[in-house]
Design a protein around this ligand. Structure first.
Ligand code: ATP
Ligand code: MG
Length: 200
């Protein structure tokens, strides 16, 4: 019998662009924890990245993320943070999701790089009341030191050495994105002329 699926996973990110590492993490966590759905939560204004490098428009990142999850069971793109507007704080997102469906258990999914940064997040002390922390550990990586105060689940996945930063460089240099992003994402990058593609 298939497992009863419960709970909502939230994988937050900039998704500039979304890649197979993001997808694989979402799919792996959904499977391991038998979650009903996992949302790829597209940050409106990722305040820790703003000003550090140019960011694609939120609507462009949302469109690419919607394309990335197309046909992937139980994984969805969410525009909740973009619809809310302003600087993106996970605390607001968790509160909003909790208010909509208080009975639903929330799972905040982070890679180990993000896990070690959690103490820098806005109102991080209040996050553990709202969600279980899921730390995704990529094979061969040192186990992240768990931040205090959280209920933690660890999920391991194969290491996929891909990052949005590398993909943006690839577009700039005319190198292929296949198979690091899904075909629909490539279509969106081309149609929207992202990452300097239009100038090349
Ligand atoms: P950038 O290079 O712009 O920082 P990124 O590829 O690291 O982009 P983020 O938006 O920073 O993507 O990451 C969102 C979430 O996805 C984080 O929790 C991060 O740990 C996780 N993540 C990023 N890349 C991978 C990957 N290759 N495999 C698994 N998880 C990943
Ligand atoms: Mg990153």
């Amino acid at each position: 019998m298939p497992p009863v699926r419960r709970g909502l996973g939230i994988l937050g990110g900039t998704f500039d662009p979304p890649h197979i590492g993001h997808l694989a993490a979402a799919v792996e966590v959904r499977s391991a924890l038998h979650l009903e759905r996992v949302l790829l939560m597209v940050a409106n204004d990722p305040w820790q990245k703003t000003g550090v490098r140019p960011l694609s428009a939120a609507q462009d990142r949302l469109a690419m993320t919607a394309a990335a999850v197309l046909g992937v069971d139980g994984i969805e793109a969410s525009d909740l943070e973009i619809a809310r507007g302003g600087p993106t704080y996970s605390i607001d997102t968790l509160k909003e999701l909790h208010e909509v469906a208080p009975e639903q258990q929330l799972f905040l999914i982070v890679g180990s790089d993000a896990a070690t940064n959690l103490h820098t997040w806005h109102q991080h002390d209040e996050l553990p009341e709202l969600a279980t922390l899921v730390i995704v550990e990529r094979d061969g990586e040192n186990a992240a030191v768990p931040p205090a105060g959280w209920t933690i689940q660890r999920v391991s996945m194969p290491r996929l050495d891909v990052s949005s930063t590398e993909l943006r460089d690839r577009v700039r240099n005319g190198r292929p994105l296949t198979p690091l992003v899904t075909p629909g994402v490539i279509d969106e990058i081309e149609a929207r002329g992202l990452y300097g593609l239009a100038d090349s």
